[in-house]
Design a protein around this ligand. Structure first.
Ligand code: NAP
Length: 541
């Protein structure tokens, strides 16, 4: 009879789950506070989202000079980004460099999945178990698990019968995939689909794109890094980094809009959109006017501008019309940045299949059959079908707080958090960029650093008070959730069936998850809480 191996590791001050951007910065920050920390990482290297999402064309939609750590002025000056937007390989190289430069790897255990995390009331500490049979205890547990970490392959009839190869964009093979000469089907036209489709089209003999919902995409206008721009940006780094906090998305350097889209003539409006289109980037475009995300009529002008661009680009009018999004206001789903996405549909071997009108009925051993009886013969299928976002990863780990309550039960009707950092009933457990914080609606690295800094201060505060335990009160949590919902309701975001709403997962509660009140007011709130002696949190021995 075999027995599962169970070894007791020494107690840590802080257990960190995940060694992506958030986990790595948490190691760095907390070690500086003299704490004994260790991160547990499922992959065999650092990088998190940039480790897993290796699909062709994967690129960040925030400019590389901004999408980077801010904690080291030396790092800011030393690192050279080759392009305006970093591609997956470059960003992973950067994250690896950070891990080496700050000697972070020695506190990471790779190839290790955390299966459970349990809070012990008597000792006020967390015990986590790994898939290797280890048991680790620590005073605090930090979920640095990311928001888009649970790739989702849809539940389509016959999916396992397919005889060809299939891939998910969020779990891409490390040595790449060669689609040369193959008939390929891509299911999904979110950011991952839109970025990968032009690249897959370059190799495939035939490419069928199965689109259920059209999304808005803008040209990234990616280019090699402009040396002069880089020099100027590096000169102003400290100032730009500190200004980021006074912006809605945690990104400085974009002049905020001053006018409503409805205040100017159509000619002026379109000239502004045209300039932003040529500049590239989503922040710049959404900053065209003050009310694009709050006033439907204003938003319609921007949505129509982009639809007209699609009609001008795609030669076949029927395909162009199918590619025009018409079920949500622009910007209420993650605005995509692409390179040659719409142009790809002018290639003779690329076909858009409208699965809104004729849904996929089944995946057969040879391909995909749609409800109009069409069968698409395929050698490979790419699922660009997204993630169980924001809450998926937390629910995959069996997390139990006081009285044995699981996070899965607690969040059965949607996430409940205080500031997106803590959950009432789960003392000493912190989340980095959890639901109801701006995380995914901001420059992610900025938000990871802001949360880790806040958490590090909270841990110091608990120890200065000679306490052992910090937890969010149910009242503070309830008020924060209500505020989060109220803010979301005042915007157009709730009009879209997006992953922000949990709408992409059948059966998932429809609750708007990110905080969309902007980085400035969020950070202010976090600081006020501290100034008011950790208002909404309870400390105990
Ligand atoms: P996504 O935005 O959730 O898109 C998933 C796509 O798959 C949608 O088009 C969806 O259609 C389709 N789909 C899902 N289930 C389906 C089914 N059963 N049958 C047919 N179609 C189905 O996922 P994603 O593209 O991976 O992007 C997720 C997020 O990751 C992005 O919003 C972004 O925040 C982040 N991301 C960022 C970058 C970047 O920085 N550049 C790149 C990639 C991803 P419906 O809309 O009809 O459900």
């Amino acid at each position: 009879m075999t027995q599962s191996r169970s070894t007791a590791a020494p107690m840590l001050d802080v257990i960190i789950i995940g060694a992506g951007v958030a986990g790595l910065y948490a190691i760095h920050k907390l070690r500086q506070q003299g704490l004994k920390v260790r991160a547990y990482e499922q992959g065999d290297d650092v990088g998190g989202t940039w480790y897993w999402n290796r699909y062709p064309g994967c690129r960040c939609d925030v400019e590389s000079l901004e999408y980077s750590f801010s904690f080291s002025p030396e790092l800011d000056q030393e690192w050279k980004w080759p392009e305006r937007y970093g591609n997956q390989g470059e960003i992973l190289k950067y994250v690896r460099h950070v891990a080496d430069r700050f000697d972070l790897r020695r506190d990471v255990q790779f190839n290790t999945r955390i299966t459970s995390a349990t809070f012990d009331e008597a000792s006020s500490q967390w015990t986590v178990k790994t898939d290797k049979g280890e048991t680790i205890t620590g005073r605090y547990c930090i979920m640095a698990t990311g928001n888009l970490s649970t790739p989702r392959k849809p539940d389509i009839k016959g999916i396992d019968s397919f005889k060809g190869k299939w891939y998910h964009t969020g779990l891409w093979p490390h040595d790449g995939v060669d689609f040369s000469g193959l008939r390929v089907g891509v299911i999904g036209t979110g950011s991952s689909g839109v970025q990968s489709i032009p690249h897959i089209a370059k190799q495939a003999k035939h490419l069928f794109v199965f689109q259920r919902t059209a999304n808005f995409s803008l040209p990234a206008q990616n280019a090699p890094m402009d040396a002069e721009k880089e020099r100027r940006h590096k000169q102003r780094y400290p100032e730009l980094r500190s200004q980021a906090v006074n912006t809605p998305f945690g990104i400085a350097g974009y002049p905020p809009p001053t006018k409503s889209a409805l205040e100017v003539s159509e000619e002026e409006r379109n000239a502004i959109y045209e300039r932003k289109w040529k500049e590239g980037g989503s922040i710049s475009f959404l900053y065209s006017f003050t009310d694009l995300l709050t006033n439907k009529e204003a938003n319609d002008t921007a949505s129509e501008f982009v639809r007209n661009k699609i009609r001008q680009t795609v030669k076949d009018p029927k395909t162009a019309e199918l590619l025009c999004p018409n079920d949500h206001p622009i910007g209420t789903k993650r605005l995509i940045l692409d390179t040659n996405y719409y142009e790809t549909y002018n290639l003779p071997h690329v076909k858009l299949v409208d699965i809104r009108s004729h849904p996929i009925e089944e995946i057969t051993p040879e391909g995909i059959r749609t409800s109009d009886g069409q069968h698409y013969d395929l050698d490979a299928i790419v699922f660009a079908t997204g993630f169980d976002a924001m809450t998926g990863v937390m629910k995959e780990i069996d997390i139990r707080g006081t009285n044995g309550l699981s996070i899965k039960e607690k969040w059965s009707n949607g996430p409940l958090t205080y500031l997106g950092i803590m959950v009432a009933g789960f003392p000493n457990m912190f989340m980095v960029t959890g639901p109801q914080s701006p995380g995914v609606k901001s420059q992610m690295i900025f938000s990871c650093e802001q949360h880790v800094d806040w958490i590090a201060n909270a841990i110091r505060h608990v120890s200065e008070r000679q306490s052992r335990r910090i937890e969010a009160t149910p009242e503070a949590e309830m008020a924060w959730v209500a505020h989060n919902n109220e803010v979301a309701e005042s915007t157009l975001y709730v009009m879209a069936n997006s992953w922000y709403m949990g709408a992409n997962i059948p059966g998932k509660p429809r609750v708007f998850m990110p905080y969309v009140g902007g980085v400035t007011s969020y950070v202010q709130k976090c600081n006020e809480v501290v100034a008011n002696d950790y208002e909404g949190f309870k400390l105990s021995a």
